[in-house]
Ligand binder design. Structure first.
Ligand code: HEM
Length: 184
């Protein structure tokens, strides 16, 4: 099995991890909404622990994924896009992968600065990164919010590009990302 991407296509590992990351991200956002709507403290703490576990899995996968993205060839584009589009779409994809590493670190720093641990199901917890610090927390929170907003804008552009390729240009860019073999 091809483990790494090359100029001709994405590896099955890249494809599987791409959609796993997308699903984890969606679930984490779903948990956020559920936690905001849950009145009971015990229930909301339980949901937060599961959300933390999903975030931890996402973080570990994202470290591998960013490393793999930076160290392998990005396959040639499908169709005949202009070079600017290729540069923009690849830069957005790499930035999304990097954000999936940096945003969890910012969230971890923020919790640590607030003196809170990252509780996981089963009584496990991830230790704090730094000592509680009231000055650091607002700075990290601002960085997180700016980063998360940029990430969501980039993701919207990324999904727009995928849909444009699929629905308007009618090429196989999206199908390649779900495993279809494309002759280039
Ligand atoms: C519904 C959601 C999504 C759709 C429809 C989508 C679609 C695609 C498509 C079609 C490609 C292939 C681009 C090419 O041919 O060069 C791609 C690649 C990529 N996407 Fe997404 N994507 C989605 C969500 C995400 C998310 C949440 C991330 C963020 C972390 C992400 C990060 C990447 C990266 C880094 C690549 C390059 C290949 C890789 O290293 O995995 N995508 N995506």
């Amino acid at each position: 099995m091809k483990l790494r991407d090359n100029g001709l296509g994405f590896s099955p590992v890249t494809i599987a991890l791409h959609w796993l990351v997308a699903a984890l991200l969606l679930s984490i956002i779903g948990f956020d909404i559920a936690i905001c709507q849950t009145a009971g403290e015990v229930q909301s703490a339980g949901l937060t622990r599961i959300q933390n576990l999903l975030g931890t899995i996402l973080f570990v996968i994202s470290i591998y994924r960013f490393g793999a993205r930076m160290s392998s060839y990005h396959p040639l584009p499908v169709g005949t896009p202009n070079p600017i589009e290729v540069i923009v779409s690849r830069s957005v994809a790499v930035s999304l992968a990097l954000a999936m590493v940096l945003l969890p670190i910012a969230a971890w720093l923020s919790k640590s600065a607030a003196g809170e641990g990252i509780d996981l199901p089963g009584g496990f917890a991830i230790p704090a990164l730094i000592e509680p610090n009231a000055q650091v927390k607002p700075v990290v929170d601002i960085l997180f919010n700016v980063g998360a907003t940029a990430f969501l804008l980039g993701l919207a552009l990324h999904i727009f590009g995928a849909l444009k390729n699929h629905l308007v240009l009618r090429n196989d860019a999206l199908k390649r990302m779900i495993g279809k073999h494309v002759e280039l």
